[in-house]
Ligand binder design. Sequence first.
Ligand code: MOS
Length: 769
Amino acid sequence: MTGVISPPKETEQVVGKPINRVDGRLKVMGAARYAAEIPQDNIAHAVLIQSTIAKGRIKDIDTSEAETAPGVLAVITHRNAPKLNLKTDGSMVEGKPGEDFVPLQSDEVFYDGQHIGVVVAETFEQAKHAVSLVRVSYEEEKPTVEIEQGLSKAYQPKQFFGEELQVQRGDVAKAIAEAEVKIEQTYTTPIEHHNPMESSASIAVWNGNQLTVYDATQWVIGTRNIVAYTLGIPNENVRIISHFVGGGFGCKGYTWWHTILAAVAARLVGRPVKLVVTRQQMFSSCGHRSPTIQQLTLSATRDGKLTAIRHVTTSQTSEVDECVEPCGLTTRLLYACPNLEVTHNLVRVNTGTPTAMRAPGEAPGTFALESALDELAYELGIDPVELRIINHADVNPQTGNPWSSKYLKECYQKGAERFGWSRRNPTPSSMRNGDYLIGWGMATATYPGYRSPASAKAQLFADGRAVVSSATHDLGTGTYTIMTQIAADALGLPVERIEFKLGESSMPLAPVAGGSQSAASVAPAVQGAAEELRNRVIRLAIDDESSPLYRAAQERISTENGRVFLKNEPSRGETYAEILQRNNLPMVEVEAIANTAASESQQNSDNKVVRICVGKNENSDWQQYAFQSFGAQFAEVRVHPRLGQVHVTRFVSAIDVGRVLNHKTARSQVLGGVTMGLGMALMEETVLDQQSGRLVVRNLADYHVPVHADIGDIDVIFIDKPDPHISRMGVRGVGEIGITGVAAAVANAIYHATGKRIRELPITPDKLL
Ligand code: MOS
């Protein structure tokens, strides 16, 4: 164990400050290049051909006219596509295809919009035109379109990322039979699509047997592994680059087949190929959130103590793969309740495979549970905030484990105070503003605090600048900025002299930017690498006769602004640049691996590269803790009594995600989550034709997402207390919690405004008339 010098605490820390995005200037100047914008010489354009039936077979696919159309280089269908490998073990460490079904390998069709071919041409327009010339005839079968149609064939899936989906504790039937008060209702949510601003896109470039893919992805390492596996080439031959991503929300978490088809097309035509998934194609090509039917039963004592919760979720998956919307998982742990039964059913329908969408499970699950809690509050005549405090879970009720940190009561209190909750008259339709009915509603927010192994490399150059890198991602979330802040504090360098690099599969390993885990996972690695790098530079000075710090005691040394000096004699010191230059070192480099297991430093003797391991928390047996973020959502709605129009005029979101690394970027994450939750509550719904199973809604004119005019004032409060067990940084993620509880808070506010309880999302005006 080498001497670890603590970071320069006496100097002002950048972490926690609301500094501007370090990539903000590039973005506003249009200089930040997204996947489809990377220039390539001699590029060809690919356009996907998609099925126009939801179930059946391709009888004939006539490509002759398309093949001779101007500019066309290739038409690929199941008749001439190369064989591709399918990886079906679904493990998160290795990467996963979005759908365990290889397109273009047979004539079978399982859903509308399934890829059935690719046209490659000189220009995008020529490829698009040629697609219109491909004539497909089908043997069509009757598809299963809705969950209800497939209910008789429903089955119970086993697990969701290692979590059991069928859970029981206590005796629910008995508790419900003996209940003093009972709520039993069914809540439904529709198909939703992620619709990031940047649609998915890949540019594939072959150089001999080396493949580079510029991709819009939340997981460069996973994409590298899946692309290599499906094409049957070694991982080392594939490089994935994704420097900027225009939102993902889960639809870029797995590797979808368009990326692999771009690589296939590029190999076939011997040129770089760009494949952009069009907005319309995004509705069938990159997953969606499954609709849900949720039956909720709550039983309680007259004084508000929950005695039983039963939560039965039915969601849908495709005919070719399994994906569960795990609504009941949160229900296991949100409230102290001795008797619980959580069930998940799955029905196969003829749609593309659903996928994780921002807070999968928690977003629709909290709509049902938190609506039911509100119904119970009215049944009991207890204030909704009070009812939740009565049932506060002091430990994880499912496992009995203590929370790593939990400030939910503070969230209720601070949120209620900011919102003015104490002035609420609970009687429905009692608050008005002119013609409008005013309603106030609230709900609990929650999301797990995930953390996975990650690594980072820190390099200091002889000109005094540092480069820190990790194969992580910035989906607009602020990763570039917060990692730069962490490195600045740990290195004792100003933000301007640090460049944080991400989004390349050749960089040190980092997990998928999913499960809100990037900050929690990558921050300790960046901190570990940067601190060790600083320590090595200090040691260079201490061991060097020509240094003014020769033989100085480590504990007397401080660093600031790229300079090492004695704390009590700041004039005695020198800059990092001087130390490296005198030692003829162009660069010093450290790589850190932040494991989730106990820490163990493994330093090799190589002078240039040192690998260190940074544990989950050096002082904590983390396995005994339950890591979970919590929050409280408060909504004010204004409802027009005759038009049924709902406007959310005010929203307060009080959130505990551990330590906040940057209040500006973290607040933006919650603003985005709440906004998406408002869309979920009031607008978002993908509709299929009941007969044909074809998508009726497949553009942003029909799929409504909130615009500026739809959004009122959103106030975000952070508790900002470090989680003492997740890592030394104390940070849990903030990407997904913002959407949870929002739809319920709005539905509860609408009930308060109108006396109408809407249990079916989205709450469109027709449902209020
Ligand atoms: Mo998120 S749905 O885990 O990308």
